[in-house]
Design a protein. Structure first.
Length: 415
């Protein structure tokens, strides 16, 4: 699976380099900042519209693949959650379009974009849920194909609309990308979905509400608050420094997200289902070490290459973004520690350790914002990436303690 994803991510990175370069040349730092804020908003909507139950769907589909009755209960509950979530989010976007446009983009000229997102919300929620089903079934090859094909389509759309309508075109293309992803997934996986999701037997009931609500709560803290904090930090940089520095930081996070997307695929497809099936400390440690031995060296080597070739990376992707060089060291160090911490943190999702998850996420986000605000006043935009590193060092230590405390308690119960 690692090799398969490496190929897909390699193609995606190549396409992304071209698009990011085009965006940098046409829309500049300020435009990159706006695109970053839109992506953050889309991530928040993805969680809100599906009521944050993606990880829950992955977990329960992996557990109940052979139990049709439990699957129907799961999908009936999911139906209710997504319908309610979609209606609430769409109405909220329509009613607060002006406020959101001014708050996020510092202008009321993007009201149309917020209203467009309100129309796209149903596709966002359906894609998220169906994607969770496919992840839970661990259909690695087909999912990789879906990911690659939908990415190529959205990339082509972005380029066309960017060249014809500048920043507005790019924003519209990004906004409607979830609809493209949904239709691609549906076209390729409709037979599999019909096999596991008996649409005619779905009921507007919530028999598994309690189990899925735990994942909703965890998603709120991991996805919604994270993206809210990123938007807030971007606004802080704009206000305390300028739009250009906000764009430079966003460009750095774009590079980071491009290589970190590889790990997110591994987490949802492999780590979460695997940890969900492990119930003792010995097996968990063995699997954790196996994941670390496989992933960390690969990422370590990749990150070293990115660091030593950073001048070329900037020249190829963001040629006019002066000042990015100093951000690489702290961003890459933070991402490496983050990878190690997130592998551990998936145990919270696998075992529904809601309190531990919420505590660690609130601590992480509070540290991120607090360190960013303080260090920006001293080091400028470099302070934000320094905060990124410091936050994940503390987060890793805390999560390591909480995970092994869980197994210690489990051992005491069995004894």
């Amino acid at each position: 699976m690692t090799s398969l994803n490496a190929g897909v991510i390699g193609v995606r990175l190549f396409i992304s380099l071209f698009i990011q370069r085009l965006l940098a040349e046409i829309v500049g730092e300020a435009g990159i900042a706006k695109i970053g804020s839109l992506r953050n908003l889309l991530e928040m909507l993805s969680s809100f519209a599906s009521v944050g139950i993606f990880s829950g769907v992955v977990k329960y589909v992996a557990e109940y693949q052979e139990d049709k009755e439990q699957l129907q209960k799961l999908f009936s509950t999911t139906l209710v959650f997504t319908v309610v979530g979609t209606i609430v989010v769409s109405i909220t976007l329509f009613l607060s379009s002006t406020y959101l446009s001014v708050t996020i983009f510092d202008s009321n000229q993007y009201v149309y974009l917020i209203k467009l997102l309100a129309v796209v919300v149903p596709f966002i929620s359906m894609y998220r849920i169906f994607n969770g089903v496919v992840n839970g079934l661990s259909r690695y090859k087909k999912l990789a194909g879906i990911d690659l094909f939908s990415y190529i389509l959205s990339a082509a759309l972005t380029v066309i609309l960017l060249l014809t309508n500048n920043i507005d075109g790019a924003l519209v293309a990004i906004a409607i990308t979830p609809a493209l992803q949904f239709f691609v997934l549906l076209y390729i996986f409709i037979k599999v979905l019909r096999e596991y999701v008996q649409f005619s037997k779905l009921k507007f009931q919530v028999p598994m509400a309690k189990g899925l609500l735990a994942f909703s709560l965890m998603s709120f803290f991991s996805t919604v608050l994270l993206n809210y904090v990123e938007i807030d930090i971007r606004v802080m940089i704009q206000n305390r420094i300028n739009f250009e520095e906000a764009g430079i930081w966003t460009a750095m996070t774009n590079i980071s997200k491009n290589y970190m997307v590889f790990s997110s695929a591994i987490f949802s497809l492999y780590v979460l289902p695997k940890f969900a099936s492990i119930y003792n400390k010995r097996d968990f440690k063995a699997e954790l070490l196996n994941i670390y031995k496989t992933l960390l060296p690969l990422f370590g080597i990749g990150m070293l290459l990115v660091y030593f070739l950073r001048d070329y990376v900037i020249m190829i992707i963001y040629p006019d973004f002066h000042g990015m060089e100093s951000l690489f060291k702290w961003q890459l160090l933070g991402d490496f520690v983050r990878l190690a911490a997130l592998v551990l943190g998936y145990q919270f999702l696998a075992k529904k350790m809601v309190r531990n998850f919420i505590f660690s996420e609130i601590l992480s986000l509070a540290l991120y914002y607090g360190f960013s605000y303080y260090l920006t006043g001293i080091y400028g935009v470099e302070g934000v990436v320094m905060a990124h590193f410091l936050r994940y060092v503390i987060y890793f230590i805390v999560v390591l303690y909480l995970v092994f405390r869980y197994f210690k308690k489990q051992q005491q119960i069995t004894d």
